[in-house]
Design a protein around this ligand. Structure first.
Ligand code: PMP
Length: 391
């Protein structure tokens, strides 16, 4: 069909499709592939949590909840944020349940961005950030973090990206794809820049439960930051609940109220059975979260050591379940490495260039796979690197 005018909005036509998808599609048509590509836990949601959702359905709780979510769940989240991260939020006016952290990110951008506003996005970073800023009418300004700093954003790098049009800074710690954790001192330095320029911070803390070495620090808990922070978190990663599609936003009432306006029109409310499940997850699920964390930590050491041994230099990621090694040794680009590794050894990884600036020359491997799978993947990758070194 040829029409003079496209039915599709320019802002959408100009969006690039996610670079991760192409590799999933390639791998899906092959047999015997070990996938280190997907960004999700290899655990099934704990049984008590699943049972709570089943029980809620048996009891007939199948209606909408309040727009912001079940009050009982908001109260639990308020306790979780206070006890876990030292950040206090009023469950009545400052917490909103969303359809995953994904929707939380979307409505947060839409709530704060006016056309032409600049949002600083740290890269390598999660693939949704730049498109979501663009869809909200903003201009993403990307900052490249460096492997020699363990991909930690420095105050100087942030300062350089700020102009008089900057509205917000988007941070993610622990980070996808690098696994980098911003520790208290890093965050204090970054927070000082954000306060001095009077900016909003969108803090994606979806991997907060998976910070292995020093524990997670929420930027909202630092002095002078609560009132300018939108904290985004959820149940997908730490609680192994990706398919339930449940996330949340914590923000001061002045920001949460306009966010709720968008949420009530765009989404109405988050899924009701998922919310009942999440009440149970926060009540009785923490022990299992800790067990999963111990298991990831164990696999992290094995996998990152193995990458370094085969010559794919990799910093020890402080959190999440990703390793982000350099493939420089092979002389291949990220895309070439990922494609050849898939074709020759049937191991699926994600080429680093899809995560923006600074990603080229790296690959993202998720170690949320069984030890047996990881051991087999290491064997195949080692052989692949040997075959492609010294070209
Ligand atoms: N932020 C980051 C950094 C992520 O890695 C992901 C999931 N890959 C999300 C947000 C979205 O999470 P959710 O499943 O809660 O929508």
């Amino acid at each position: 069909m040829t029409t003079k005018t496209s039915y599709i909005a320019k802002s959408v036509e100009n969006l690039k499709p996610s670079g991760i998808r192409r590799f999933f599609d390639l791998a899906a048509n092959m047999e015997g592939v070990i996938s280190l590509g997907v960004g999700e836990p290899d655990f099934i949601t704990s049984w008590t949590v699943r049972e709570a959702a089943i029980l809620s359905l048996e009891q007939g709780f199948t209606s909408y909840t309040a727009n912001a979510g079940l009050l009982e769940l908001r109260e639990k989240i308020s306790g979780y944020m206070k006890n876990g991260y030292g950040a206090e939020y009023d469950p009545n006016t400052e917490i909103i349940l969303t359809t995953g952290a994904s929707q939380a990110l979307d409505i947060s951008m839409r709530a704060i961005i006016d056309p032409g506003d600049e949002v600083v996005v740290v890269e390598p970073g999660f693939v949704s950030y730049v498109p979501l800023v663009q869809l909200a009418g903003g201009t993403p300004v990307t900052v490249e973090t460096k492997p020699e700093n363990g991909f930690k954003l420095t105050a100087e790098e942030l300062e350089e990206a700020i102009t008089e049009r900057t509205k917000a800074v988007l941070l993610c710690s622990p980070n996808n794809p690098t696994g980098t954790v911003l520790e208290r001192e890093n965050l204090e330095e970054i927070a000082e820049v954000i306060r001095r320029h009077d900016l909003v911070v969108l803090s994606d803390e979806i991997y907060s439960e998976l910070a292995y070495d020093h524990g997670h620090v929420s930027i909202a808990s630092l002095s002078g930051m609560r009132d300018r922070s939108i904290v985004i978190n959820g149940f997908s990663k730490g609680f192994a609940m990706t398919g339930w599609r449940l996330g949340f936003i914590c923000a001061p009432a002045e920001i949460a109220a306009p966010l709720l306006k968008i949420h009530q029109y765009a989404m109405m409310c988050a899924s009701t059975p998922a919310q009942y499940a999440a009440v149970e997850a926060l009540d009785k699920g923490m022990e299992e979260v800790m067990e999963m964390k111990r298991s990831y930590r164990h696999r992290r050491h094995y996998f990152v050591d193995s990458l370094n041994e085969m010559g794919l230099g990799c910093h020890l990621p402080g959190g999440a379940f990703y390793a982000f090694p350099s493939v420089a040794k092979t002389g291949l680009s990220s895309e070439e490495f990922a494609e050849k590794l898939l074709m020759e050894e049937k191991v699926a990884v994600v080429p680093g260039n899809v995560f923006g600036k600074g990603g080229e020359g790296h690959i993202r491997c998720s170690y949320a796979s069984s030890m047996e799978q990881l051991q087999e993947a290491v064997k195949r990758m080692k052989r692949f690197v040997e075959n492609h070194s010294g070209n």
